[in-house]
Design a protein around this ligand. Structure first.
Ligand SMILES: Nc1ncnc2c1ncn2[C@@H]1O[C@H](COP(=O)(O)OP(=O)(O)OP(=O)(O)O)[C@@H](O)[C@H]1O
Ligand code: NI
Length: 374
């Protein structure tokens, strides 16, 4: 049994805005084992970034983690318990803000964001920033830290690292800056790196190079990753296991192979169908119809029913949990869709609903999508 590094259980994060309560992350559960790359994939607004930030308790006002638990190794990063008056309060075992800063962030769990310029200071050289980070976090002398910084720049494929050490961030290309952030993330040899779409802004070739690099470094350092992306191509290339998110929930959770070749949720299927393929022209792309509804007032029943080609009346009423669909198989494969027998809520005898009427979209994408609900 592989060791579970990170365990997220029923995590809920909400934003209390003037328009209402945004249920950005609405009860997700997943785990990351040692040495694994686990994907969080979904369209814009699905809650991927909020989920990633919640793990490190990086949620600011008006946002708040309101429920669930996050455990990392033997530590409780987040957890609530009932207080004497019946109201919820942080569990005694939950790490303090100080412990999160000192012991966890950067050292045990590193995070890489989409825009490197947010994490790099434009007025200091790349080398100095990396050196200082290493010096502080690893208790090395200035000279040792500099040596280590150059070593890390070389590790992530920066050519002539001794010279590049003295360059400023703006003298690096986008891809090179992202490599610097990977170097910084790896510098303290964390057990887990959370990467929030770090390659999204890069062109495809550079993105490919970075993904290859991450794959190699992952092998070498045995670091685990949570990889946030909206791109199923990235998932295919990088991830071991995947969580598909829709409107704050995980709707399917499986190994990459199972997700691609034994797809259980219509939303996952729609994401896969919308993936550009080499044998297709741009005209042949199959974008997912409609837009994702607001997370303030998510649809009743299954949140995807308003866009789902397989939706029936029962889907408007029953809110499916993410349920195990394999018998005693080796790999767990979970999905939240009542068309599967495990749910037994009368899907087969329920009337189909006319999605055209619901989305107001009358493209031929809708008529052709009567793909069978097996
Ligand atoms: N500071 C905030 N205040 C109010 N709502 C927020 C805030 N941050 C995020 N949200 C809302 O939370 C939901 C989830 O957002 P999140 O950024 O996690 O989505 P995402 O899946 O990462 O999308 P993207 O691919 O665009 O990054 C969205 O409805 C978003 O509008
Ligand atoms: Ni995001």
């Amino acid at each position: 049994m592989t060791e579970k590094l990170l365990q997220v259980e029923n995590l809920k994060t909400q934003f209390f805005t003037e328009e209402g309560v945004v249920r950005a992350v609405d009860g997700i559960s997943f785990d990351v084992k040692k040495g694994e790359i686990v994907g969080l994939v979904g369209e814009s607004g699905a809650g991927k970034s909020v989920a990633a930030q919640s793990i490190l308790r990086l949620i600011d006002h008006p946002g708040e983690i309101v429920g669930g638990e996050v455990r990392f190794k033997d530590d409780v990063l987040f957890g609530l318990e009932e207080g004497p008056n019946g109201d919820l309060k942080p569990r005694d075992a939950m790490l303090s803000n100080e412990e999160m800063r000192r012991r966890i962030r950067g050292t045990e769990i590193a995070i890489i964001f989409q825009d490197p310029m947010e994490s790099l200071n434009p007025v200091f050289t790349v080398g100095n920033q990396l050196r200082e980070f290493i010096e502080i976090n690893r208790n090395l002398s200035k000279a040792e830290a500099k040596e280590e910084a150059i070593h890390m720049l070389r590790e992530v494929g920066i050519p002539e690292p001794e010279t590049r050490y003295d360059n400023y961030p703006h003298q690096f290309s986008g891809g090179m800056r992202q490599r610097v952030l990977i170097a910084m993330a790896l510098a303290c040899e964390p057990s887990l790196i959370i990467a929030d779409e770090p390659t999204t802004a890069l062109d495809v070739t550079v993105e490919g190079q970075i993904l290859t690099l991450v794959d190699e470094l992952q092998d070498k350092y045995d670091t685990s990753f949570v990889w946030v992306t909206h791109d199923m191509g990235v998932v295919a290339e990088l991830c071991d296991r995947v969580n598909v998110m829709y409107l704050g929930e995980i709707v399917e959770q499986a190994t990459v192979d199972d997700l691609f070749y034994d797809t259980k949720h219509p939303y996952t299927q729609a994401l896969l169908d919308s993936m550009p393929r080499p044998d297709q022209t741009v005209e042949e792309l199959n974008p997912i119809r409609g837009v994702m509804p607001e997370a303030i007032n998510p649809p009743h029943g299954c949140r995807f029913h308003t866009r789902c080609p397989d939706a029936r009346k029962v889907c408007m009423e029953v809110h499916p949990d993410c349920r195990e669909l394999t018998e005693t198989g080796e790999h767990s494969h979970k999905a939240a869709c009542v068309k599967h027998d495990e749910f037994d809520v009368g899907y087969e005898i329920s009337d189909p609903i006319d999605i055209r009427a619901k989305t107001g979209i009358t493209s031929d994408l809708v008529t052709e999508s009567t793909r069978g609900g097996n």
